[in-house]
Design a binder for this molecule. Structure first.
Ligand SMILES: Nc1ncnc2c1ncn2[C@@H]1O[C@H](COP(=O)(O)OP(=O)(O)O)[C@@H](O)[C@H]1O
Ligand code: SF4
Ligand SMILES: [Mg+2]
Length: 316
């Protein structure tokens, strides 16, 4: 059963030079229990996608399309209902834990505040729940942590606190936006293992946003590759890593994997959004470019194995 279904999402932002398209015709869906890796280079629109789902974009953004969650279109429900869903049924963990925490409030109080407001629990019940949550995210000394301030914790520990807040209201879907990018490698894998454990135990679905294909391989069940605000390939994880179809996916994989001692980066750079290429948006960087690729944009078409690809090498 589909939990979240994004259909033909387009997002533009009003700048001094007029509207600039950030996301164009984005469609994908998440099923219960699934871990969807949304992957792409910096600036391709991953965070804007996450913020669109939670309706957290400012008034200078224009959004079109639909985002169905448990049957309701999140883009058209009243703000009051959206507030219930945000943090309740869908929660988000951002990249930089320090900026998401209040520096002058104790950890326990911050988690508790959320429970008090949303669940209307008594003080003692709140504290018990907070201690349970701190244990669940791997703190062996939850009582001590309860009374600490954010600056007394390491980056990895702060991210654990944010994860405890994200799971506190039993969400059905958790969106993680590069939650480990600011951490060292050891803490990174601890946090990823924790997320994996929580998703399984609590039967949540997860959208994991990252530019790191190694993480996708370790964590995800399906992968969607974004380029300039579009999905260009979507596959089950194993199929993608065995045989990526899109030339951009192939490039990303060969730049992620060091084969022998040869590292092969994708040629060129991601174009500016104010100056998007004609036709296939990847054509200036593609080794297989044909005439049609410059004139027309390929559609996102079904492949064997229930995947999708946007490239003329595989049809229209
Ligand atoms: N408030 C904004 N004003 C103008 N452009 C923006 C704004 N927010 C994001 N963008 C642009 O939208 C694009 C996608 O951004 P983002 O979703 O943050 O990328 P990613 O998360 O994949 O790195 C970027 O080119 C970024 O510069
Ligand atoms: S459509 Fe053409 S330019 Fe675009 S990725 Fe495919 S072959 Fe390359
Ligand atoms: Mg981002």
């Amino acid at each position: 059963m589909k939990l979240l279904e994004i259909e033909d999402l387009s997002v533009s932002v009003l700048t001094e030079g007029g509207y600039v398209d950030i996301i164009s015709g984005l469609s994908f869906s998440i099923r219960k229990g699934e871990i969807y890796g949304l992957c792409g280079e910096s600036g391709c629109g991953k965070t804007v996608t996450a913020l669109s789902i939670l309706r957290l974009l400012g008034s200078n953004f224009h959004i079109k399309g639909s985002i169905f969650f448990s049957g309701a279109n999140l883009l058209s429900i009243p703000e009051k209902e959206m507030r219930q869903i945000r943090g309740g049924e869908i929660s988000i963990v951002f990249q930089e834990p320090m900026t998401s925490l209040n520096p002058v409030l104790k950890i326990g109080e911050q988690i508790g505040e959320m429970l008090e407001v949303q669940l209307k629990l008594k003080k003692k019940e709140v504290k018990d729940r907070v201690i349970e949550l701190l244990k669940e995210v791997g703190f062996e000394d939850p009582e001590r942590r309860y009374h600490q301030y954010p600056h007394q914790l390491s980056g990895g520990q702060r991210q654990r606190v944010l994860i405890s807040m994200a799971i506190a209201l039993n969400p059905k879907l958790i969106i993680c936006d590069e939650p480990t990018t600011a951490l060292d490698v050891a803490s990174e894998w601890e946090i990823l293992n924790l997320l994996l454990k929580l998703v399984k135990q609590r039967n949540m679905a997860m959208i994991f946003i990252t530019h790191n294909l190694h993480i996708v391989e370790r964590l995800c069940t399906r992968v969607g590759i974004m380029y300039l605000g579009r999905l260009i390939e979507e596959q089950k994880k194993d199929i993608f890593f065995e045989r990526p179809l899109h030339p951009y996916s192939q490039g990303l994989l060969s730049s992620a994997l060091i084969r022998g001692d040869e590292l092969k980066p994708i040629k060129g750079t991601v174009p500016d959004l104010r100056n998007i290429p004609s036709g296939c948006k990847f054509h200036p960087r593609c080794d297989y470019v044909m005439d049609v690729c410059i004139k027309e944009e390929p559609k996102f078409v079904k492949t064997d194995n229930e995947g999708y690809v946007r490239c003329f090498l595989y049809g229209t």
